[in-house]
Design a protein around this ligand. Structure first.
Ligand code: 5GP
Ligand code: MN
Length: 335
């Protein structure tokens, strides 16, 4: 958590006349959007109107969150996004550790921004910001936003909007309260969020029971040819650009596919390779169990990073060469 004197500085910064912008990472997920909207609604309850800017669009299954449709998407509203960041007096950076995670367009805008920069994030190795609250033990940035609100002694400002958004962020980043860093504290916070207006059944169904036929057909394709190597310990899944196009892929359709690889009895690692729809690279998702560190692996070999058990990366070769390179690395690994 921020130190008491930092908290006082931040408290004094957050006044109604200040221009405040909240930024989150490229390809925003449930935690990115949930923590950003949760913080925005909390700041509003304090009398501060903040704007949220994201680099690119996010899945439809997150757009039930209150005011999610007012978020400025830099891909679509470049000028407005740039002006907001350029003119911001206070910038919150949520759910990412370094400006390059904002992508090639927005990353440099944050580097050049003149406002005070406040990081709240649970990824490893955070960059320098004016104020840093970084904790890799916390399962979701949305939980950290809750801790921040509690540290300001303003939990009474957690209304139903704040509660719903933070609940969604914690729920999605813990895989439904399943992943390792889910703690008793997480559950206590979630209980408080429920008491303040987050409805677990409604949020789960709005976020997760929203499969489209396209998504399920893509899943069938991916699972139908899933391969396991290294005595069943490593599962490999993939999709090509042609397949995405012919099935009518929409953003978010492949969210969570990689987890099926890790659900196999005896598996330690799952990797999902997907050709980007527009650009010439492969987007990779890694998941692992226990002590197998896919963050280090993604950093070392696939221009990426993340957490010990959930990381991602990018690769410039074609999909077959990428998978072959991965297999060689896997066979040489001590997993
Ligand atoms: P996902 O597989 O869901 O895209 O990402 C899993 C985790 O890895 C997320 O926490 C995300 O922050 C991180 N991650 C995904 N892609 C990248 C990447 O290209 N670079 C880095 N540094 N982290 C990534
Ligand atoms: Mn997160």
């Amino acid at each position: 958590m921020f130190s008491p004197s930092e908290l006082l500085d931040i408290h004094n910064l957050l006044t109604s006349e200040r221009k405040v912008v909240i930024l989150t990472h490229y390809n925003p997920d449930g935690d990115a959007i949930g923590s950003s909207l949760g913080l925005q609604h909390f700041l509003r309850a304090r009398g501060v109107e903040a704007e949220i800017v994201v680099p690119n669009d996010f899945p439809r299954f997150l757009k039930w969150m209150p005011e999610s449709r007012k978020i400025t998407i830099a891909d679509y509203k470049r000028k407005k996004a740039w002006e907001l960041i350029d003119q911001a007096e206070v910038l919150f950076a949520l759910d990412f550790n370094a400006s390059h995670r904002l992508g090639a367009l927005v990353g440099p805008w944050l580097d050049r921004a003149k406002g005070v920069k406040i990081l709240i994030d649970h990824h490893q190795q955070p960059d320098a910001f004016d104020f840093v609250y970084s904790d890799t033990q916390v399962p979701a940035t949305s939980q950290m936003v809750y801790h921040f609100i509690a540290a300001l002694d303003q939990e009474e400002l957690i209304n139903a909007q704040v509660a719903q958004c933070l609940y969604c962020g914690i729920m999605t980043d813990t895989g439904g309260f399943r992943f390792r860093s889910t703690s008793a504290t997480t559950h206590r916070i979630v209980a408080n969020l429920i008491e303040n207006g987050a409805d677990p059944a409604a949020i789960t169904s709005q976020t997760w029971d929203t499969n489209t036929l396209t998504r399920l057909k893509l899943l069938a394709l991916v699972l139908g040819r899933m391969e396991v190597v290294k005595e069943g310990q490593v599962a490999i899944l993939y999709l090509t650009r042609e397949e995405l196009k012919s099935y009518g892929f929409e953003k978010g359709d492949t969210e969570g596919f990689v987890n099926y690889g890790l659900s196999i009895l005896g598996s330690k690692v799952a990797a999902f390779f997907m050709e980007d729809l527009f650009e010439d690279f492969i987007k990779i998702s890694f998941r692992s169990k226990d002590d197998v560190d896919v963050n280090q692996f993604a950093r070392a070999h696939f221009n990426g990073g993340g957490h010990i058990n959930a990381a991602g990366g990018k690769y410039d070769k074609d999909i077959q060469s990428t998978i072959n390179d991965f297999k060689e690395l896997v066979l040489a690994s001590n997993w």
